[in-house]
Design a protein around this ligand. Structure first.
Ligand code: 3EB
Length: 291
């Protein structure tokens, strides 16, 4: 996702014990007794829906079989995300439909949809990663400024997207106490509508306001959760910028919004609606954070 001026990095998730690893079909996985990491990849296809359904269902089946039933974070990387598939449907909407069908086989409805990122990629096809846990418990959070994605109206596509705006993980043994808060990819959307079409500065401000509201005490309280956070508490922020030329404007707004300890990585990829110019994700670490 890097272009000149953007960041190039490798992400490594570590664990205190030697993980067991394996592969099955399009999936690869590693697990340590409490956490399970799965990655999946689907090659370029004329129409994705059926294969996305099958591969995501296989991932959800694996989560159950290995005994890590609680998915708390997903990332979805969609090649040519706003291009048409062979039937003329946007590839993102094609993907979303297959994923929605797979989620019908996981848990008991929208209450199980985790925080997620759905974003373009320079690569081909569709790939994803997910994190799940065994004894910990995720609590999913919506944003009072935004329609839950799984309730988006039909104007966007045949099925609504399957994700929560944020997920707090209450780790095993913490007596339900605070853990990390994972903030989903967040865009310049109020209700379900894109706002500030064509104005990347104003879109970035709305994204930052959306995240500030999402992680605030009152919004968490509405989800039955304690605590409250500010933008400066965020860590491991990823900023996805559609147009290379927009990077300085986005970077300046982020610089003044986040704290000195917030790591921010900038990437140059397409976003899932043609009028969205920027998407931002991150996390607020829990007390167990040792980084
Ligand atoms: C949105 O709010 C912007 O399909 O997994 C953000 C996070 C978005 C996740 C997904 C999509 C996804 O609708 C896009």
């Amino acid at each position: 996702m890097a272009s000149p001026g953007f960041d190039s990095f490798r992400e490594v998730w570590t664990t205190g014990t030697e993980p067991l690893t394996g592969a099955r079909g399009n999936l690869a996985f590693a697990h340590d007794g409490e956490y399970l990491f799965i990655s999946g990849a689907i090659p370029p296809l004329p129409v994705y829906r059926k294969t996305v359904r099958e591969v995501y269902e296989a991932a959800f089946a694996l989560v159950g079989e290995l005994g890590y039933p609680h998915i708390f974070r997903m990332w979805n990387f969609v090649g040519d995300i706003i291009g048409p598939n062979a039937e003329g449907l946007e590839i993102y909407q094609d993907f979303v439909a297959g994923r929605a069908e797979a989620f019908a086989s996981y848990g008991d409805g929208t209450g199980h949809m985790p925080a997620a990122t759905g974003i373009g990629t320079r690569g081909e096809g569709i790939s994803f990663t997910l994190l799940a846990c065994r004894e910990g418990r995720p609590r999913h959070v919506e944003n009072q400024r935004q329609t839950p994605a799984y309730h988006y109206p039909e104007q966007y596509g045949p099925k609504p997207p399957s994700f929560a705006r944020a997920t707090r993980l209450h780790p095993a043994g913490a007596d339900g106490g605070d853990g990390a808060l994972f903030v989903s990819g967040t865009a310049s959307i109020l209700g379900h509508e894109t706002v500030h079409r064509g104005d990347v500065g104003a879109q970035t401000d709305v994204v930052l306001e959306n995240i500030a509201e999402l992680i605030s005490g009152p919004n968490l309280a509405a989800a039955g959760l304690d605590g409250g956070h500010e933008l400066k508490d965020l860590r491991l922020v990823k900023v996805y910028v559609r147009h290379e030329a927009d990077l300085p404007v986005v970077r300046e707004r982020c610089r003044s919004a986040f704290g000195p300890d917030t790591e921010v990585m900038y990437m140059n990829v397409a976003v899932c609606r043609d009028d969205l110019l920027v998407e931002i994700e991150g996390l607020v670490p829990g007390p167990e954070w040792t980084r």
